[in-house]
Ligand binder design. Structure first.
Ligand code: HEM
Length: 157
């Protein structure tokens, strides 16, 4: 049962967090391209790309809820819920989710609305979004390393 839950947990992480990472990382440069050379828009196709990237981020962020749910199920099946590495991972996962939901997704939403309405977009806006996206990626990558190294764990390799 533990192996089954762990497999689902890792699958969910690959399927959900992978696309969010790629799409969120592609979003700021795509938004800059959609601004056009004069900042007044580069056409509907470029905005369509930005919209698709935002949609991937939003939908797969929702699917990503399965990662901590299956993570908790795996942890309780293994009896490691109180372990330091796990508690740290839970906190970092919560921080990553918080950055995504509170900063990355709303900022993408805002930029997309500005581009769709042909309103001027500040370059600093895409740079700030890129910074939060980088922070999100760093947080969940740290969790992945913690999940594999499990410092202080005595339950396996
Ligand atoms: C609330 C959050 C989470 C909990 C409670 C949790 C729990 C767990 C547990 C108990 C294991 C088994 C470790 C072992 O084999 O001893 C595991 C493995 C793993 N988790 Fe998580 N996890 C969480 C979030 C994440 C996130 C955000 C990612 C990546 C995006 C992730 C990726 C992995 C991977 C790749 C493994 C396999 C490591 C291995 O067995 O070598 N987990 N997780």
């Amino acid at each position: 049962m533990t192996e089954f839950l762990l497999s689902l947990h890792v699958l969910a992480a690959i399927i959900a967090v992978g696309p969010v990472t790629v799409a969120a990382s592609m979003f700021p440069p795509a938004a800059r391209r959609a601004m056009g050379p004069d900042g007044d828009g580069a056409g509907a196709g470029a905005v369509g790309t930005v919209r698709l990237l935002h949609r991937i981020c939003r939908v797969y962020a929702g699917v990503g809820v399965a990662v901590p749910v299956l993570g908790f199920a795996t942890a309780s099946a293994m009896g490691v819920l109180g372990d330091g590495w796990l508690v740290t991972s839970v906190a970092l996962t919560a921080a990553a989710a918080g950055v995504l939901v509170a900063f990355v997704l709303p900022r993408q939403d805002e930029l997309l609305a500005q581009l769709a309405d042909h309103r001027p977009v500040e370059r600093a806006g895409t740079a700030r979004l890129a910074m939060f996206t980088g922070l999100f990626n760093l947080l969940w990558a740290t969790v992945t390393v913690l999940m594999i190294v499990r410092p202080g764990s005595t339950t396996g390799a």
